[in-house]
Design a protein around this ligand. Structure first.
Ligand code: NAD
Length: 419
């Protein structure tokens, strides 16, 4: 089993550091800073699971609701050995800014279970999911808190969540998003995060003279976000994806990887590094592949001062993952003139289409895939444009501009509610 080294800086610390810079820019009052940096509600549970061999193993799970001023809390559930309180809180906080920046009527939450799901059988995974939902269902609900997929959780896990919640409350499809289409999921949800990343790259490329067609892209992570992004960039934008990696290693081909072939290869649960259409590289080597666009789309805390911020050779970093760049690395990249498109703008396509899924469930009405994509493009381009314009006007980074817009909106909702 591959051991993944933990991030150097916690998700919570990353979110706080970035928050302060934007709060200063908009002159946010100190009492409001306190409200907006602290979580609204935290739940930690122990989850006993009957394993296939009859033993009971106990896992720790978290559901943290950061802020619900603008609507029900919204955010994924991840299964990962390093999931802990600080990481989940940092990710819940990012969700508050993401939903505000996209201007969709949700707040921010996140869930996590400290487990390596690769060590579980499908039945153990199902029992874990059902037990976790039993223990946190009191804080969930279609108008309270709505989970979705994240690292190592997928549409099947969301289907179990729907079933577990509905078995007590009655049929409630809007309690969870990212469901299979046959159970009330939205067309286009599966690819929505990758598609949103591509739309943002298209806009940025046009505005800053790096057209996607023919440009060279490196992607860390080949799961939901990275895999769909790679496919769409090649098929719809004419880009050349030259290197990708997964947890076990990477592959590079300067002439461009055959992405449909690689996706078929990984669909059979084979490691990327065993693919014949390129040369195998280590996860560390991926960072030194020269490219136009570098897209971290795996985990947080992977671009750091110690490891790669001083040596990365790309024209733009696009944060497909949540929190991939530590604040110090962010400053180093800025000094080196490498812009960073922040996570809560770049990867907001998933939660945006989750919002459409929720709305379709409440209406019991289905949108076409085309309508989903059109609405996604309109919403994410509007957010991108607002960030681009504020960044230019105030001479700040995209990240600080995006934070300032989001903070302003959440603070306004808090004030209107009387806080
Ligand atoms: P996933 O589990 O589908 O895929 C993760 C990928 O990263 C896999 O290919 C895995 O092998 C790879 N990976 C894991 N550790 C690695 C390492 N150390 N080095 C290289 N590769 C590694 O997860 P996902 O849903 O694609 O999420 C990826 C990131 O995007 C996470 O940060 C998540 O929070 C964020 N995100 C996901 C969504 C979504 O809709 N799925 C939305 C917004 C943000």
């Amino acid at each position: 089993m591959t051991v993944i080294s933990p991030p150097v800086m916690s998700g919570k610390a990353i979110a706080r550091n970035q928050f302060d810079r934007a709060a200063d820019l908009i002159g946010l009052e100190s009492y409001m800073r306190r409200i907006l940096t602290a979580p609204f509600r935290e739940v930690q549970v122990e989850i006993p699971v009957r394993m296939d061999d009859g033993r009971i193993e106990v896992f720790t799970g978290y559901r943290i609701q950061h802020n619900g001023a603008r609507g029900p809390c919204k955010g994924g559930i991840r299964y990962h050995p390093h999931a802990d309180h600080d990481e989940v809180l940092g990710l819940a906080t990012i969700m508050t800014w993401k939903t505000a920046l996209m201007d969709i009527p949700f707040g921010g939450a996140k869930g996590g279970v400290a487990v390596d799901p690769r060590g579980l059988s499908p039945l153990e995974l199902e029992r874990l999911t059902r037990r976790f939902i039993q223990r946190i269902s009191i804080v969930l609900g279609p108008y309270r808190d709505i989970p979705a997929p994240d690292v190592n959780t997928n549409a099947q896990v969301m289907a179990w969540i729907l079933d577990e919640y509905s078995s007590r409350q009655g049929y409630t499809p809007a309690v969870v998003t990212g469901k299979p289409v046959s159970l009330g999921g939205s067309l286009g949800r599966d690819e929505a995060t990758g598609r949103g990343v591509m739309y943002v790259m298209m806009e940025y490329g046009r505005d800053f003279g790096i057209p996607l067609k023919g440009s060279r892209v490196v992607i860390q992570g080949f799961g939901n976000v990275g895999g769909h992004l790679a496919r769409l960039l090649v098929a719809e934008a004419g880009a050349t994806v030259i290197a990708v990696s997964d947890v076990d290693g990477g592959i590079v081909n300067e002439r461009g990887l055959d992405i449909p072939g690689l996706l078929a290869h990984t669909a059979e649960r084979r490691p990327i590094s065993a693919w014949r259409g390129g040369g195998a590289i280590s996860n560390d080597d991926l960072w030194s592949v020269k490219c136009d666009w570098l897209v971290p789309a795996a985990l947080g805390g992977v671009i750091t001062r110690e490891k790669n911020a001083k040596t990365i050779e790309c024209r733009v970093v696009v944060e497909g993952a949540n929190g991939p760049t530590t604040p110090t690395a962010d400053l180093i990249l800025a000094e080196r003139g490498i812009p960073v498109i922040p996570d809560f703008l770049a990867n907001a396509g998933g939660v945006t289409v989750s919002y459409y899924e929720w709305a379709q469930n409440l209406q019991q009405y289905r949108w076409t895939h085309e309508k989903v994509n059109d609405e996604l493009r309109t919403t994410i381009v509007k957010a991108y444009t607002a960030v681009r314009d504020l960044a230019k006007e105030r001479a700040v980074t995209f990240r600080t501009a995006a934070y300032a817009i989001a903070l302003q909106r959440v603070a306004e909702a808090e004030r209107l509610r009387g806080n």
